[in-house]
Design a protein around this ligand. Structure first.
Ligand code: ADP
Ligand code: MG
Length: 688
């Protein structure tokens, strides 16, 4: 149950004055559906204004507050031309206040001739004239403007304006209750942090880096606490000890010897699942490091011990591919492997559900359809979650809390998470690392090529396909909203052009395509019938076609480093030399240039992840927040690095002393967990 003190914060944002049906949509677009979201909708930056007695004190380009006396109005001669209010300061410096369009009507009312007005706005020069275009604020006395010397600039969506958001933020702050303190007193004192409500106010007012730190710390602490509660809960849970006798694994005939890292990881997993306490282990390995085989071995251990295993994939494409790979590899062992996705309906689905219930299916592969309410297992012993970063911790929990006996859980990820973030995202897990690629892999020859050499690139593809090898062509990512259509149009146009040259050898795959068509195209490519796969980033995750040895990425500068790395990881999977061509547009930002240079320089996923962190952390203040994979909404990367270790210790001490969160500080921590929607942490506590 959510603590009552949070009720006002969790109220719908429509409860705020001025929010009607019209504002609803833009607010939703920004994720501001509750009062709390608005309170946490922090300014990007602040406009700082210089209050001057006359314009000699100001410089052009500066935001100023100044008192001016109105001399005359120069109405616009045409509807196109602006309305000018000519005014002068105390020294007689003349400045025009410029209004376009409808705003000129209000200008008449705002500026009676002969009177003095205080104006806030950006001072500009036009020919020899000083001017302020559409002043931000106009007041009759200076006091009215002194409150605007520092003004927040909020992220907006279409339909919202700064004053509107500021007004909503103010109301949300007014409603914010005083909350009990959850931060350890020592930590609070050492940083000289204000309490929660005060910190929130300061951050909207803009003067305090310390206040921002405090709010970031809250978020980090909530996360650490929740993860530790998961881990503590897991230790208490009853699982089943799975001890395989090796009889099925012995029948596998893999076409290659396992790497040392694979063998080590399998041993670690084997040790975990032999315990009654449910395993919670992350298998982290760069693209192509061979996680699938490790998963198969783990699942065979479960089957040897008389249990079933399930493998969850984030997309249909990937589920299907895993199914085929696992079925083929496992064929000599005689275990039954089945596939279940949201698309299976009717009889086919019924028969799979029966198989899971009566135990005739040993291994099930699928999308999250395999964990729906209606799916029951005879004895689920192990859950493998592939590309686990696609699933939140809460979701992950729900998946492994099916049934009375908790299955062991192996999560896999190819995302090379920087070391600083591992703690934050996977704090509750043991980690196995595949830090060694299978032998014989050659470095991928990576080149950056300007887009104006497109025809050379296409000729290169022709030569490549003639050798019998395949290729990928990745088009600009599909972005949200308006631009989504542009991106898709670009992909379709490129497909059409390539098809004109290569005919039926080309297939197109993108997110908007009907699933059946997508599968059919992927199948043709995987079987080698299609030679060139044109795609948006749907192929980013997991696709494995070793004969594809050329990757072209169009407008590569628009992709993040991590994404480029994932994409490039689709090639270089066989013994043939692979090539990756990064096509760049003409206008390249500094960061874009550096990214592409790094891609050329290294293939080390961890190195790239660290550099990605540096590039993003250094640039815009909150640059990572937009990308869906950023673990936090408030804490930026620099704060994570600096404050996470402290928050982690703070959380650990609290849980050690008061694992049930029953003390006053424990109660406060519950409030925090709800505030940051880590309530799955609290719910694990009995009576939570
Ligand atoms: P990822 O870790 O990206 O999921 P996969 O499991 O898809 O990697 O493996 C990538 C490719 O490497 C596959 O074609 C797989 O058969 C092959 N592979 C896996 N392990 C080895 C190994 N020990 N030696 C050689 N090839 C391997
Ligand atoms: Mg994989």
């Amino acid at each position: 149950m959510r603590p009552e003190t949070l009720n006002t914060l969790f109220a719908d944002s429509e409860s705020l004055e001025g929010v009607g049906p019209k504002l609803r949509k833009p607010l939703e677009k920004l994720g501001l559906t509750r009062v709390k979201d608005i309170a946490y909708h922090l300014p990007d930056r602040f406009v700082r204004r210089h209050a001057v007695t006359d314009l000699d004190e100001a410089t052009v380009g500066e935001n100023v507050v100044v008192g001016l006396t109105v001399m005359e109005h120069r109405a616009s001669p045409s509807s196109r031309a602006p309305h000018r209010v000519i005014a002068q300061d105390v020294k007689g410096n003349v400045c025009a206040l410029v209004y376009f369009g409808k705003a000129s009507y209000t200008a008449r009312k705002l500026f009676p001739v002969g009177e003095k007005r205080w104006i806030a706005g950006k001072l500009e020069q036009y020919d020899q004239w000083l001017q302020i275009v559409h002043p931000d604020h106009v007041a009759e006395d200076s006091a009215g403007l002194m409150g605007h010397l520092v003004e927040p600039v909020y992220p907006l969506a279409e339909g919202l304006t700064q004053p509107k958001v500021a007004h909503l933020a103010q109301q949300a702050l007014d409603r914010a209750p005083e909350l009990p303190e959850w931060i350890e007193p020592g930590v609070l004192a050492r940083h000289d942090w204000a309490d929660w409500r005060e910190a929130l106010r300061l951050v909207h007012r803009g003067e305090s880096a310390a206040a921002r730190d405090r709010l970031a710390y809250d978020e980090l602490l909530a996360n650490s606490l929740a993860l530790m509660l998961v881990r503590a809960d897991n230790r208490k849970r009853r699982g089943q000890a799975l001890r395989g006798d090796g009889r099925l694994r012995a029948k596998l005939s893999l076409p290659f010897p396992l790497t040392g890292a694979q063998t080590r990881s399998i041993r670690e997993i084997e040790g975990d699942v032999a315990q009654e306490a449910p395993m919670l282990r992350l298998l982290q390995g760069d693209v192509g490091s061979g996680k699938t085989v490790v998963a198969l071995e783990a699942m065979l251990i479960a089957v040897e011990a008389g249990a079933q295993a399930a493998m969850l994939a984030p997309t249909e494409i990937l589920a299907r591919q895993h199914y085929q790979t696992l079925r083929d590899m496992a064929a000599p062992t005689g275990v039954t492997v089945a596939l279940l996705t949201g698309r299976d309906k009717g009889r086919a689905r019924e028969s799979i559900l029966m198989g899971l219930l009566d135990g005739s299916i040993d291994i099930i592969v699928g999308t999250h359809a395999i964990f729906q309410e209606t799916v029951s297992y005879r004895n689920l012993g192990l859950v493998v979650i592939d590309e686990q970063h696609r699933f939140g911790v809460g979701q992950r929990l729900m998946l492994t809390r099916k049934g009375r006996v908790t299955p062991h859980c192996l999560a896999m990820t190819a995302t090379p998470i920087p070391r600083t973030l591992t703690l934050a995202q996977y704090g509750e897990m043991e980690v196995s690392r595949l830090d060694e690629l299978p032998p014989g892999r050659q470095a991928i020859d990576t080149r950056v090529i300007a887009i104006d050499r497109l025809s050379d690139v296409v000729d290169g593809i022709a030569r490549h396909l003639e050798t019998g090898q395949q290729a990928y062509w990745v088009c600009p990512m599909v972005r949200e909203g308006e631009q989504e259509r542009d991106d898709l149009a670009a992909a379709e146009a490129r497909y059409a052009a390539l098809k004109a040259r290569f005919g039926d050898n080309v297939v197109l795959v993108h997110g908007q395509l009907k699933p059946e068509l997508k599968d059919a195209a992927m199948e043709r490519f995987a079987r080698g019938e299609a030679k060139l796969l044109v795609a948006t980033t749907v192929i980013e995750v997991g696709v494995d076609v070793p004969n594809a040895t050329l990757m072209v990425i169009e407008q590569a500068e628009r992709f993040g480093l991590a994404q480029l790395h994932q994409l490039r990881g689709r090639v270089g999977r066989g013994s043939e030399k692979s090539v990756c061509l990064l096509l760049r547009g003409e206008a390249l930002s500094e960061v874009g240039r550096e990214r592409l240079a790094l891609m050329r320089e290294t293939q080390d996923g961890f190195r790239l992840a660290e550099e990605d962190l540096r590039l993003r952390g250094g640039g815009e203040l909150l640059g990572t927040r937009q990308s869906g994979d950023a673990p936090f909404r408030i804490a930026d990367l620099e704060q994570i690095q600096r404050l996470l270790p402290v928050a982690h210790d703070d959380a650990r001490l609290l849980i050690e002393r008061d694992g049930g969160l029953a003390s006053p500080r424990g109660e406060a921590a519950r409030v925090l967990l709800y505030l940051f929607e880590r309530d799955w942490g609290v719910q694990l506590l009995r009576g939570g």
